[in-house]
Write a protein that binds this ligand. Sequence first.
Ligand code: NAD
Length: 373
Amino acid sequence: MLVNKNLQSRRTFLQKMSIGITASALPMDSLQANQQPFEGKRLNVALCGLGRYAGFMADALQSSQYCKLAGLITGTPSKAESWGKKYDIAPPNIYNYQNLDEIAKNKDIDVVYVIVPNGLHKEYAIRAAKAGKHVIVEKPMALTAKDCEEMIQACKDAGVQLAMGYRLHFEPYHLEIKRLGQEKVFGQVRLIEVSLGYQIDKNPKDWHFQRALSGGGPLMNLGVYCVQSCRYVLGEEPIAVTAQFGPAIDKTQKLEVETAITWQLEFPSGAISTSTATYNGGIDRFYASADDGFFELSPAVSYGPFRGRTSKGELSFPDIDQQKQQMDEIGKVILANEPLPSHITGEEGLKDMKVLEAIYEAARTGKRITISR
Ligand code: NAD
């Protein structure tokens, strides 16, 4: 599970980082029977950016056992007021993008969760780190691998933790396909098909279609999940990629980013994956073909509920609140003063970003691009 067995080395690591937690107390009756050192505490989280996904996260935080929504950062005064009222946030815990740095003085906030357009992740993550707060950042981590490296360095320099908001790493169906692939339950996986797409309104004014804010189209927004699932099911890093941009449906539309892209990854074991990320049609599925059978999910990557089966029969797991689960797992680790598990750290976001950059290069050049570590 999430907490590394080598607790001693984790503790030593965090003692070196000198991380202090100012977690809020929970009422006694909500304490659980197991006596974790942090039991009865919750990590105080400030959401940076109050858009659609932050709304899901704010609601999920209401039922989180280990995290609490304690602060807001927004550029829209009316949202500061309405969200402040709805979630009972004290006015001193509400910031805007100009005074965000003052959060350094606020002992009621432990973590800043960055949920703004992709092109702003780097700026707000680094400002939060410099203010001494742990950082959670939404996918994709930033616009380039170089930006990701700067974010990782800033968090290291500040002695704070940097987590990716990778919700699927805590989801039971995904934990299972990871196990089936990595433990070779059906033998070596040879081929993965995983794709995600939605038919959406292509409004050039929407930040998703502005390169400076999005960094790209559906590859950045949706394809990152396809890359992730191939990497964690195989437990390998891709070594090369070929890719093709999909055709625009409305050729008269002037958009700054692709509306569809298909790519093929090669892995050291010889396994290959093929994926499409698209705004032109609906698709949400994962299929792995292995030497002795198959496993698949459909729906696979969205908010669920997921369904799946293997060559031996149906998969059946509880449908969970992915956002609540993610926050509880991250909360537990940070409250315990342990380093985050490697698969949800900034380094993991960086690995994905290197693959995304290689996919774009392959699509632009028409060449097979090797991926360096
Ligand atoms: P959104 O457009 O609904 O919200 C973006 C928020 O950022 C808004 O509140 C907006 O006011 C604010 N903002 C601040 N500066 C801005 C600027 N210069 N231009 C535009 N908006 C600005 O977007 P969203 O769907 O909530 O996505 C936000 C982030 O969350 C993205 O990085 C996205 O990839 C990620 N996301 C993750 C998931 C997931 O499942 N993990 C799902 C959806 C979105």
